[in-house]
Design a protein around this ligand. Structure first.
Ligand SMILES: [Zn+2]
Length: 344
């Protein structure tokens, strides 16, 4: 079968490899669509996270954990699945014609790692269930509530997913502000319902936000007024190639005192240094967010099925497996792409 094999930074090759043989507790999936994740880019550029992002081969490994397809073969110890079922599976190696997936039986009324796709959801949309579930999880962690001002740094698949989840759940927030460096992505944010967008390469986000939201006094120093930014989602983290101010520092500087909360989903490509005095002085909360729980997957899938979330709008490019390298380069170019899919 054909597969995209990762060997090292910027070295991904489409090659002929053996079709995987499955164990009794595994299924084989014929892949229909596989997304390139932000984490796959950290792998592609810097060889980060290779043990957790690849299905290892004797040499190199196959990335791809955001995929959908048809069940091709079912191991003898697997129950509840049959050949031809349309599924999403949470495993690695999706950038190939076939991928073996261990079957983890569902706990009571909870989804397993293999999820049947409802007929209303296309393979392409289903391939975005994993990032959407990540967005849902991050969104919930911030506990956005009626009247809150919400800022999202990063209008990639995760940030746009958070916007869509906020809208779909009809959380009555006051202002939703999205910050990115790409006008193309900011336009998408607007389309999904952001109230304001800020291109951080042209404007200072903090100064702009002070004009957009009301201000509140700093406790103990009531002469100092700060913007009322209740929830901030950092869907950027730190990328070595970006020379501007660190997003987490900007988030700390703009969060509202006491109740302000920052949720970090973006990955950091290096250690960073921060001024934490405003973090302490304002007594704000910073939380990490990673992955999702089975209930959030179920809810995210319902949002796709009921069309309350339209992930087809974030899919900007589709490439065949033969063009895996081009697909990764396109995903790296944020001025052009949002979510790139590889379709074996
Ligand atoms: Zn992912």
């Amino acid at each position: 079968m054909k597969a995209a094999v990762f060997y090292g930074p910027r070295d991904i090759r489409t090659e002929e490899v053996e079709i995987p043989k499955i164990q009794d507790n595994e299924i084989l999936i014929k892949v229909k669509a596989c997304g390139i994740c932000g984490s796959d880019l950290h792998l592609y550029k810097l060889n980060m996270f290779s043990p957790v992002l690849l299905r290892p081969l004797k040499k190199g490994g196959i990335p791809g954990h955001e995929f959908s397809g048809d069940v091709e073969k079912v191991g003898s110890k697997v129950s509840g699945l049959k050949e031809g079922d349309r599924v999403v599976a949470f495993a690695n190696g999706g950038m190939a014609e076939y991928v073996p997936v261990p079957f983890i039986p569902p706990a009571l009324e909870q989804a397993s790692n293999i999820i049947p796709i409802p007929s209303e959801v296309s393979y392409e949309e289903a391939a975005t269930l994993e990032p959407l579930s990540n967005s849902y999880h991050a969104m919930m962690k911030g506990n956005p509530s009626k009247g809150d001002n919400v800022v999202i740094f990063g209008a990639g698949a995760i940030g746009l997913g958070i916007i869509q989840c906020l809208k779909a759940l009809e959380i009555d927030i006051n202002k939703l502000i999205v910050i990115d460096l790409s006008d193309h992505r900011l336009n998408a944010a607007k389309e999904f319902g952001a109230d304001e967008v800020i291109n951080a390469s042209k404007n200072n986000p903090l100064l702009k936000i002070m004009k957009l939201v009301e201000s509140v006094p700093l406790p103990l120093m009531p002469t100092l007024n700060l913007p009322k930014v209740d929830v901030i989602y950092d869907c950027v983290g730190y990328m070595k190639q970006h020379k501007g101010p660190i997003v987490l520092q900007q988030a700390i500087n703009m969060a509202t005192p006491i109740t302000g909360r920052i949720i970090i989903h973006g990955i950091f490509e290096d250690n960073i240094s921060l001024d934490l005095i405003p973090f302490i002085g304002k007594q704000i909360t910073i939380m990490g967010s990673f992955g999702f729980n089975p209930d959030e997957v179920k809810k995210s899938l319902e949002l796709l099925q009921t069309k309350k979330v339209d992930q087809s709008k974030i899919i900007s490019h589709e490439f065949p497996l033969d063009k895996a390298k081009e697909a990764f380069e396109t995903q790296c170019n944020t001025d052009e792409s949002i979510k790139v899919l590889i379709k074996p």
